[in-house]
Design a protein. Sequence first.
Lengths: 327, 263
Amino acid sequence: MPRIFAYITHKNGVADDSAVELAAAGKKIDGAASPTAILAGWGPDLNAACTSLPAAFSEMWKIASEVLAYPNAELIRKALVKVVPANSIVLIPHEHFGIDLAPGLSIKTNSAFVSDVVNIEGLEGSTLHCVRQEFGGQVSAHVQCDISSGVVITVRPGAFKAIESVTTRGAVVEKSIDIGSLKAGRRYLETIVAEAGDVDITKHNVLVSVGRGIQEKDNVAIAEELANVLGAAVSCSRPVVDAKWLPKSRQVGSSGNTVKPKVYLACGISGASQHLAGIKGSFLIAINKNPKAPIFQVADVGIVDDILEFLPELTDKIREMRTVSAK
Amino acid sequence: MEILVCAKRVPDTSENEIELNRAGNDIERDDLVYSINEADNYAVEEALQIVAKAGGSVTVVTVGGEDDEEILRREMAMGANHGVLISDEALFGSDGRGIATILKAFVHKGNYDLILTGVQAEDGAAQIGGMLAAMLDYPFASLVNSIEVLDGRKLKVSREIAGGNREVNEIDLPCVLSIQTGINEPRYVGMRGIRAVASVPIPTISAVELGLDPGAAGANAAKVKRVDYFVPALGKGAEMLQGSREENIEKVFELLEAKGGLR
């Protein structure tokens, strides 16, 4: 069995929640061993991140270097190429850092690469069986991968549930000396924090959220009208922001806002995982023309209908009930 | 600035609902509408905007079959100077590494300052740009949502990171960037534009012309293979309201009231 590594991202001295998910993914490949964690960084932040790591790893490899104080994927790739043995299995979270790091790492370690894995069905000889999603989650795919010369796998955040029984707190193994000096053709300058919008969608009890199904900019008014009678706000999925129909500050999802309204009305939203990642603990009502839209797998209540007709009638209904109760 | 954009023709998810075929092993491909992958189209627009300011030319390349030529023509109608189709039966069935290997060979035949890809194809893995950069030993940035050309063969690029924040980097040329959707507003392409480039010849390049070793790409070299498509058995799933529209609206109203959604 090849050795399994989990690359742990961390921020402000705390390991990311993906750490336990990578450990769980590792267990799906080899139930007998716990993976080895790798943490790269610098100073007290790195030490604190190591301490914060859940007890799910057989060892903790620590790569400390001043140039790694900010996680630059090119530098970290070069460090990993030096410390990770040939033919290993390397697990990396599939987010903005993993997307930067993993494909190039697979080339430089001469490994196979499987991206954004949502399930691992097992290892048969040197063939690893994985599940991915395509077309924004509308269909899944069984993927076979020959891992005889190693593999880099990025793991979909939230797809693997932490295994609670695992309590292996491995020793810290110092690897800093092995990386030599590192240089990159890309240099971090600064982080620009998202601008606050006209409306703070994180502070509403109800969100009327629109997706591609709203079809054109003028139709956003239909959602605005419903939001007005509800005292709600209009939020949206990525394609609506890409099309410039609503500002970025209205976007729900991993690259936008995380929201937790009491009720989330998903209108014409297909339900890509990046969007769903931004909705926490809401009662989710989905309205979509496509009965096979992935949103119906996760919604509490689903309605197959055309939002351009459904929403105005819902608005009228609420207005009417308001008038009745006001009398 | 000489810019290469690597593009792919994919089933268009804004035009089609992607479903399983009757045999349950592939997507239903009858009557599918194909188009250029959305993020790749943003990449071409970005390349055109850079060239409009900094000069140079834009080449769009794709690896595929003769059907794929249509996206090259479309991007040329947008303003790309050249389209190139890399097509060879020996290359069919390539995995991501295979495609990156093919593109690397193509890059070596030209003299590009900047290589762009879309961040991910609808049926893809967000892998080609990062692989190609590593093969070329060029710097790479993914999820790029703004580009500014600086003096001294450098760019200032921002990347989309969590929570709508942007990570700003300086990156040396030549480099590879994967472009996120929303970076710009791709220009409209009308029938007139398409007609204007309808008879422009588009060169087709074979594996041999690229000097690729047999076995460097194609099905036999692929370590990663998609076995089939499927739709997983649902968990609980939504309670689907089956009533008339009026009944469904009544029910949504009740739910809003019950869940604290009405003031």
